[in-house]
Design a protein around this ligand. Structure first.
Ligand SMILES: [Zn+2]
Length: 408
């Protein structure tokens, strides 16, 4: 059967969580093109039936000496800690629980002087914006917010939906690429993100380092870059955009790091990072508030709630990979032992793939797309090995974690 995006042909679910081998591993977002050549997916050990993300969680729970890791962190911090009024590290974020936790402990527990930086969401939710303000005002941080060229942001967001069915790409590009550039400009060579992507299913080896690999935030040749699945030349020619319009979305040029020893760390390597605890910490220290209602497509209220487009993003992962937001949330909570596998499966059955109606009209208005066009695009991106068109009931998954798919 045909598969799209280089997906594994046979769908296999992990024995411990609710993810399958169709879960994409991170690729540098600026290399993302429609067919995802060479893309890798969650590895599931053929002998044990357990995925890399579950293995990483197990290691985290049993095999890591967290006291030793904290000592390693102190070494890094002592090397960079400012002795005067200068900033000594950068924490990127938009005021979600993870950036609150990272910046707060760096400043108040470890005596660092972080500059927080923000690439704002595409469409802020009002409670998300409030959380952002509270981070700065109650948490007490200097913040540099980079407001994007709205016209370019909107066009690229629309194109990334049309070309990649990826509504969130412009946000991800900025979230990953802005920090290295600001670090370089302000000469602050230490950047902290919260968790490593390995927590959620990148190759297990990625978990053995605190450092973000520079292939994820640098480029050598502009010919290798893609935005919204388009080459830069195409965007210039077709839409009259200039390099000046586009370059803020690029990663940093490799050669500008030649004389700048940039270190991008994951704090989650050094301290045990549990999303639910990050949430409680953010509530306590910066009056972080969960969403006042359940997030469509899942059961949770406090994960990634500051961008209206995020809900649609997870709907598109359901279309492309058969895994919606509940699959991601429940798997993570199963690994942290807040849910058992059966509870996770029931939640998937109840909520996964639920269409995010709440902000849909507003998003379509923002990018000036007809609603039917969006649904047509979704069908265009359904890989035949995952979906079957039943005509009567529309598209159905062939395989689910509950084994109630059309072909299970
Ligand atoms: Zn798993």
């Amino acid at each position: 059967m045909d598969t799209f995006f280089n997906l594994p042909e046979k769908v296999v679910f992990c024995k411990k969580c609710v993810l399958s081998n169709q879960r994409p591993s991170s690729i540098p977002e600026f290399k993302h093109t429609k067919n995802r050549p060479g893309a890798k997916y969650l590895n599931i050990d053929p002998l044990t039936g357990i995925c890399d993300a579950c293995k990483v969680a197990e290691i985290k729970n049993i095999n890591i000496d967290w006291e030793q890791r904290e000592k390693e962190l102190l070494k890094v911090l002592d090397k960079h800690r400012s002795k005067n009024k200068d900033y000594d590290c950068i924490v990127p974020g938009s005021g979600g629980k993870d950036s609150v936790l990272a910046s707060h402990i760096l400043k108040y527990k470890y005596g660092m002087n972080p500059l927080t930086i923000t690439w704002p969401p595409i469409l802020y939710t009002d409670y998300g914006y409030k959380n952002f303000r509270n981070w700065i005002e109650i948490g007490g941080f200097d913040n540099l917010t980079f407001n994007q060229n709205g016209r370019v942001m909107k066009l690229l967001t629309k194109l990334s939906i049309q070309n990649l069915l990826h509504p969130f790409q412009t946000f991800i590009l900025g979230q990953k690429n802005l920090a290295p550039k600001i670090a370089n400009k302000f000469n602050i060579p230490l950047v902290f993100y919260g968790e490593s992507e390995a927590e959620y299913g990148n190759p297990i080896a990625d978990h053995n380092s605190s450092l973000r690999k520079n292939e994820f935030y640098t480029y050598k040749n502009i010919k290798d870059l893609y935005l919204a699945g388009c080459s830069i030349g195409y965007l210039e020619e077709k839409f009259g955009l200039s390099l000046k319009d586009l370059s803020i979305f690029f990663p940093i040029e490799k050669k500008s790091l030649e004389n700048f020893d940039l270190n991008i760390h994951y704090l989650g390597y050094y301290i045990k990072w549990i999303p639910q605890e990050a949430y409680y910490y953010a509530v306590e220290n910066s009056s972080f508030k969960a969403r006042p209602f359940r997030t469509e497509g899942t059961y949770s209220k406090y994960n990634s709630i500051d961008d209206k487009i995020d809900d649609l993003h997870y709907y598109t992962t359901f279309v492309k990979y058969g895994l919606g937001r509940t699959s991601y949330d429940a798997s993570q909570e199963i690994r942290n032992k807040h849910l058992n596998l059966n509870e996770g499966k029931l939640l998937v059955k109840k909520y996964d793939g639920e269409f995010p109606e709440r902000y849909f009209d507003e998003i379509m208005d923002y990018i000036e797309m007809d609603k039917n066009e969006f649904h047509r695009l979704c069908d265009e991106f359904r890989s035949p090995h995952l979906w079957v068109n039943t005509n009567k009931d529309g598209y159905k998954l062939r395989h689910t974690v509950n084994e109630d798919g059309e072909n299970d």
